[in-house]
Design a protein. Structure first.
Length: 232
């Protein structure tokens, strides 16, 4: 004989399971990170490079891939295709660390066989260590384990964007893959603009060069590892 507590517990668990299933279904169908499919009609709502680049790597076939920080964000897909021919893809992680790019590179070569990858190794990436790395990179979207995709399907932020993204597209806020994550609109490229935004820093004591050299060596090992794994 079922007691009231037993019935309440079963009802609660059933309702909880129903809510979780509905949430996962909403994320799966809307797919705000393009993890399973590209956005409808080629226009999406772009809100997080670290979350959405995994989906673009999976679903945008590319002969040529340009990868880098926000310094590479304005190299549009169409520009890449115009210069190199074939299909192109831009993969950017703003203020990215080598370990984050390593995850993106591993996913890229698991999912595709690009003819060339152009990586923007700017000075900031080259000489710093991983001490400032945060947990903002969702590793479960980049690894080869399909079971932890539940972290995507049952994610409160993704549930929010699953509702927001279709509404925003309906409001005309969608962007093409060419324009997603670009930041050069309305920017004037001249020396006066650069000087207007430059604040001369306070004079700092000279820093020892050894830590920068050691960081550069460690970071270059990651880059040369890519070349060794994919010599073609």
């Amino acid at each position: 004989m079922k007691t009231p507590l037993h019935r309440w517990t079963c009802g609660f668990l059933a309702a909880l399971l129903l809510l979780l299933t509905a949430a996962a279904a909403a994320v799966f169908l809307s797919d705000p990170c393009f993890y399973y499919r590209l956005p409808p009609e080629g226009e999406g709502i772009y809100f997080s490079e670290r979350c959405q680049m995994a989906g673009l790597i999976r679903n945008v076939p590319a002969d040529t891939v340009v990868m880098g920080t926000s310094m590479a964000a304005n190299y549009r897909k169409s520009h890449i295709e115009e210069v190199f021919g074939g299909t192109g893809l831009r993969v950017t992680l703003p203020d990215g660390y080598l370990s984050e790019f390593d995850q993106a590179m591993s996913l890229l070569f698991r999912e595709q066989s690009p003819e060339r990858v152009l990586f923007g190794l700017d000075l900031n990436i080259l000489v710093r260590d991983e001490s400032g790395l945060t947990a903002s990179m969702p590793g479960y979207l980049y690894d080869a384990n399909p079971l932890n995709d539940l972290q995507y399907l049952l994610n409160k932020d993704m549930l929010y964007y699953s509702v927001y993204a279709p509404l925003a597209r309906g409001w005309g806020e969608g962007q093409t893959l060419d324009e997603g994550f670009t930041w050069d609109e309305g920017i004037w490229w001249n020396h006066m603009t650069a000087l207007d935004n430059y604040d001369r820093p306070d004079i700092q004591p000279t820093q020892p060069v050894e830590p920068y050299v050691e960081n550069a060596k460690a970071n270059l090992q990651v880059v040369t590892g890519w070349i060794s794994q994919h010599p073609d």
